[in-house]
Design a protein around this ligand. Structure first.
Ligand code: PLP
Length: 388
């Protein structure tokens, strides 16, 4: 028997491997400060937990339709109207098992063998695997602090070939926490649309972004109504383990994506879909916005702490709870830095190699989804480690 090529060649997700190693150290009796995963420590909002308890009243919880519970899709559409000022037909929304399943579905629906997909280096690692799974070619464009480690229109134009089928962007980004300015994103979308390619925009961290002077940061749908948008309950609603997300698709893509969703997943978890409906009440949104402010306070702790240690964050995060810092001055590459920080200081971080090749050796990702106390302790340990 032979392992499929794609399985044999898939890269591990190092953040998960670091987390596993941290768990081993904890099992051996050590206290580890875990700053390696993008997992908010708050847990689901209280109303969602209560709704889940109510859903466990013995009622049957059968499959939903492949696109998700109509009432949940309606509520997501209303959220776009209320928060982002855009009209989204609920028929364009497919509820999925996290953004991960939405990314899989969208990649399956849009990428053929030989198609090229432009994305930033560094960027979210799983996208590269998904593109390769469907025979696509990843065109990873090296980015720098000058563009806040994001693509700009010039970089997209430069990477374009006649095989370009899509541009894939997460804004705010993982691992850097930085966003593309609204005008730049609009320009990238316009040029990509004019050339007949898909715009796949991952907005999983968008509602955690710093507000603009005119209100909350807006979805790309406000400038490109036919963009493919990915979102999730994992981050803004702190529901990582609930495995629930969604995508918004142009009308023309919905029937094909629905057929694939039926075949791949049947549907997302029914109990999670039932409970998630209370995410969109005024009270729950207010709770999540208070959490967003707490993340901003944590960011201040982290940026001040890293500056004091002498680990520069060359592009400050403005949305996702990550700081991407440069370890060059320590004389270690980022792999060694993370390995030793875990072994000697018991601080779990993620090496840049998870996110591409360009900054793989020089940068490390710190997730500030942990509490302020944990962050202070982690920074104190890192300070002692670097000084030693
Ligand atoms: C940019 C980005 N997209 C997608 C995901 C997957 O999220 P989910 O938990 O919704 O599957 C993550 C997870 O960290 C992420 O950072």
């Amino acid at each position: 028997m032979r392992l499929a090529h794609r399985a044999a060649s898939a890269s591990p997700f190092y953040a998960m491997a670091v987390s596993q190693r941290a768990a081993e150290l904890e099992a051996a009796g050590h206290s580890v400060v875990r700053l390696c995963l993008g997992e908010p420590d708050f847990g689901a909002p209280q109303a969602v937990r209560d709704a889940m308890r109510d859903a466990m009243d013995g009622r049957p919880l059968p499959y939903t339709s492949a696109t998700g519970l109509p009432a949940l899709r309606e509520k997501i559409a209303r959220f776009y109207r209320a928060r982002h000022g855009v009209e989204v037909d609920p028929a364009r929304i497919i509820v999925t098992s996290g953004a991960s399943a939405a990314l899989l579905l969208v990649t399956a629906a849009t990428i053929d063998p030989g198609d090229e997909v432009i994305l930033a280096d560094p960027s979210y690692p799983c996208n590269r695997e998904l593109i390769a799974t469907f025979g696509g070619r990843v065109v990873a464009v090296p980015t720098t602090a000058q563009t806040r480690f994001q693509l700009d229109a010039e970089a997209v134009r430069g990477a374009w070939t006649e095989r370009t089928a899509a541009v894939m962007i997460a804004t705010p980004s993982n691992p850097t926490g930085t966003s593309i300015p609204a005008g730049e994103l609009a320009e990238i979308c316009a040029l990509t649309r004019d050339r007949g390619a898909w715009r796949i925009i991952d907005e999983i961290y968008l509602d955690l972004s710093d507000p603009t002077p005119h209100g909350p940061a807006r979805s790309v749908l406000s400038v490109d109504p036919d963009a493919v948008v990915i979102n999730s309950f994992s981050k803004y609603f702190s529901m990582t383990g609930w495995r629930l997300g969604w995508c918004v698709l142009p009308h023309t893509l919905v029937p094909a994506a629905e057929r694939l969703a039926m075949n791949y997943f049947i549907c997302a978890s029914t109990p999670a879909q039932v409970a998630a409906q209370v995410c969109f009440t005024d009270d729950t949104i207010a709770e999540c916005d208070r959490r967003r402010q707490e993340f901003a306070a944590r960011r201040s702790v982290v940026l001040a702490g890293l500056a004091e240690i002498g680990l520069p964050v060359t592009a400050a995060p403005d949305g996702a709870f990550y700081a991407y810092f440069d370890v060059t001055a320590t004389g270690m590459d980022s792999w060694k830095f993370c390995e030793r920080a875990l072994r000697e200081a018991h601080v779990a971080l993620t090496p840049g190699r998870d996110f591409g090749t360009h900054t793989a050796d020089s940068h490390v990702r710190l997730s500030y989804a942990a509490s302020r106390d944990e962050l202070r302790e982690g920074l104190a340990r890192l300070g002692r480690f670097v000084r030693a």
